[in-house]
Design a protein around this ligand. Structure first.
Ligand code: ZN
Length: 476
């Protein structure tokens, strides 16, 4: 969908109003023939029981006009605009409207743009019938929108959709090799440097965690390093490392998952897909910070070559871990990636991982767990997420009694710590591989990375959760 700014309404296309509550003030200000239309609008609102609740809408046929309510004014946030705008595009799509003027009271052009683009999305690539009838909203023109905000909103929403598309591709399409090829192609297109390393390099580098997890698959693991350097290096500009978990499919390995739990496990690459999407967006947005993306791509499969429970791994940074369960593989791959990222001496490392079911038990499906070794970083990310609407909630990593649970009698640590506090012990495991002095945050996105039900601006499947927050964090 193309979104742009206009100064006056385009004629011959649908008009869409985003109003506060049931106030018609905005229509009165904008439409010349408002007086004539008013009785029809009021009657329609009454007939459809529209009282000004968030997301309620009416449609007038002549002239073609849609009115969407944002809800009560004191409850309207940036995310309300995003959510209601997404309802606008799905409604326009359903009604086969190709072009519309969007009229909103306050200037939230960026979030409206995001919502319009996100709401227009569905993963219909493999549905042959849908392909024939596929309909997209072509143009949305935001009245008095700021072109810069609209451009930013488009880049952010497109990044999120890029991640969704990649997550939604199944394991037979995306494996460690194809993921690395896509990362290379797509990131080089926008001028980024991309290094792809094969399984030989991974072993030579002592990345035994990534190698052990990946070696049970027909497709060997890959290490991906994407680099963005600002054209004009500013003094004191931050160096940021983004790390994404990249399990292209997680069967559980020898501790194989049962059917229900194995379903949807193509989503286990969400952190990696987000990382590629964020790096592409950053190349277009050109922030002053230097940004690196790191991905350890592997497929966790049961095989004669698979790693086993009881195995002991010597990681890149020299630490050792006993394998308790091969299905807790994400942290084993991330361990080496975090070590490697630490060696590049960034100021900040932020990782995104669909890491634990325990985090979903703790916070539900719609909120990600936020863990950090630095209070300022945690609160910056938390505050950023309030604007982006991607809910984060901080969980502690300072409980020394809980840390005892990942101790092993035969190695430095083990890769699971039991049911209780499972999201926390997983984060504690990761912490072992972040070099002291580097600010680090870990987002456990196991809940919100994928949805089996539509909600807000999310359609079924991968959500790209985390993309908006990290882009905004990097930009500010
Ligand atoms: Zn697993």
């Amino acid at each position: 969908m193309q979104v742009d700014a206009i100064k006056s309404l385009k004629t011959g296309v649908a008009n869409v109003f985003l109003i506060e509550g049931s106030s018609l003030e905005l229509l009165e200000k904008t439409l010349k023939n408002f007086k004539k239309l008013k009785p029809t609008i009021e009657k329609t609102m009454e007939m459809e029981h529209v009282k000004g609740k968030k997301g309620e809408s009416i449609k007038i046929i002549d002239p073609l006009t849609y009115i969407f309510s944002l809800g009560e004014s004191d409850k309207i946030t940036e995310d309300t605009y995003r959510e209601v705008a997404s309802k606008v595009s799905s409604r326009l799509k359903k009604d086969k409207i190709e072009e519309a003027n969007i009229i909103a009271n306050i200037d939230f052009s960026k979030t409206i743009t995001e919502g319009l683009i996100l709401g227009d999305y569905s993963f219909g690539k493999y549905i042959t019938k849908e392909k024939e009838n596929k309909f997209n909203v072509e143009y949305a023109h935001i009245l008095s929108g700021k072109p810069k905000d609209i451009e930013l909103g488009s880049i952010v929403a497109d990044a999120q959709i890029f991640s969704r598309n990649l997550v939604n591709e199944p394991g037979c399409v995306i494996n460690p090799i194809t993921l690395s090829q896509i990362a290379k192609e797509e990131c080089e297109k926008v001028g980024l440097k991309v290094h792809i390393y094969d399984e030989k390099w991974i072993q030579e580098q002592g990345m035994n965690g990534l190698w052990m997890v990946g070696k049970g698959s027909e497709t060997p693991p890959r290490f991906i390093h994407i680099v963005y350097k600002p054209k004009k290096a500013k003094k004191n500009a931050k160096k940021i490392a983004i790390v994404g978990k990249g399990l292209t499919f997680d069967s559980g390995g020898l501790n194989i998952k049962t059917g229900d739990y194995m379903r949807t496990m193509k989503l286990d690459k969400s952190g990696a897909c987000n990382t590629i999407a964020i790096m592409r967006a950053i190349a277009k947005l050109e922030p002053p910070s230097e940004v690196h993306g790191f991905i350890g791509a592997a497929e966790n499969m049961p095989d004669g070559k698979s790693y086993r429970p009881d195995d002991i791994i010597i990681f890149r940074n020299g630490k050792t871990a006993e394998i308790d369960n091969t299905d807790a593989e994400g942290r084993v791959t991330l361990a080496d990636v975090l070590s490697y990222a630490s060696e590049q001496n960034p100021d900040v490392i932020i990782d995104m991982a669909t890491l634990t079911g325990a985090c979903v038990v703790a916070l539900g499906e719609f909120t990600a767990g936020l863990f950090a070794n630095d209070d300022d970083l945690a609160s910056t990310l938390f505050n950023t997420s309030k604007n982006t609407g991607e809910k984060l909630w901080r969980l502690p990593i300072d409980d020394e009694n809980l840390r005892e649970k990942i101790k092993s009698p035969v190695a430095d640590i083990k890769n699971t710590g039991g049911r209780y506090g499972g999201a926390i012990t997983a984060a504690m495991f990761l912490q072992e591989f972040v070099k002291d002095g580097i600010k680090w945050a870990h987002l456990d996105i196991a809940g919100p990375a994928f949805t089996e039900k539509e909600y807000k601006y999310y359609s079924k499947g991968g959500t790209g959760f985390g993309v908006r927050t990290l882009i905004e964090y990097i930009l500010t």
